[in-house]
Write a protein that binds this ligand. Structure first.
Ligand SMILES: [Fe+2]
Ligand SMILES: [Fe+2]
Length: 166
C-alpha cells in the first residue's frame, strides 16, 4: 500500500486525531481482504476518496474522516452472522455507532458511512461524497483481494516457464 498519505499534511490535519485513537488502531488486528488489514483498507479508502472529493469540489475533510471510519467494526465478517440483517446491511450501522463514540458525525459523514454498501443495500447515497466513498471502497476491495491472485498467477507462470526451459 502506498504511504503517500503520511506526507500529505492537509490530509493528516483532517484525520490525525482519529488515527491516534485506540478504536481506529485496533482495526489493524483484523484481516479485511486477504492481503490487507481493516486499518490499511480504511486508510486507502479514506485517502483515495479524499483526493477525489478535493478534485470534484466536495467536502474533503468529511470524506477523509468518514472514509477512515466507514468500516469501524470489530468482528470477522467471514464468520459472524446477525439475526437482524446481512453483514452488508449491518456493518455500516455498527461502524456509524462506533464512530459516533470517538467523534461528532455530521449528516454528510453519517451518510457516507451508512450508505457505503450501496449496491448490496437499497438506500442510495444522498451526497456526492457518499458516492465517491462507495465506489472507492469497491475499487479498493477488488485491488486488495486481487494481489494474492496475481502472485499465485505469477508462481504458476514461473513454474510453467521453468518446465518449458528445462
Ligand atoms: Fe464496509
Ligand atoms: Fe470497506
Amino acid at each position: 500500500m502506498t504511504e503517500k498519505w503520511r506526507e500529505d499534511s492537509e490530509y493528516m490535519s483532517y484525520v490525525a486525531d482519529l488515527l491516534a485513537t485506540e478504536e481506529v488502531q485496533k482495526l489493524d488486528e483484523y484481516i479485511q481482504h486477504y492481503h490487507s488489514t481493516r486499518l490499511e483498507h480504511s486508510i486507502s479508502v479514506s485517502y483515495n476518496s479524499y483526493k477525489l472529493a478535493k478534485r470534484w469540489n466536495g467536502d474533503a475533510r468529511a470524506t477523509a474522516r468518514a472514509g477512515l471510519l466507514h468500516d469501524l467494526f470489530y468482528y470477522d465478517w467471514r464468520t459472524t452472522k446477525f439475526d437482524e440483517g446481512s453483514h452488508a446491511y449491518m456493518h455500516p450501522r455498527i461502524a456509524a455507532k462506533n464512530a459516533a463514540k470517538i467523534t461528532e458525525l455530521s449528516d454528510l459523514e453519517r451518510d457516507i458511512i451508512i450508505k457505503h454498501m450501496w449496491g448490496a443495500t437499497i438506500a442510495p447515497p444522498k451526497y456526492k461524497e457518499s458516492y465517491i466513498v462507495t465506489f472507492v471502497d469497491k475499487y479498493c476491495a477488488i485491488k486488495e483481494a486481487a494481489i494474492p491472485l496475481t502472485m499465485s498467477m505469477k508462481t504458476k507462470w514461473q513454474r510453467y516457464f521453468s518446465k518449458q526451459s528445462a
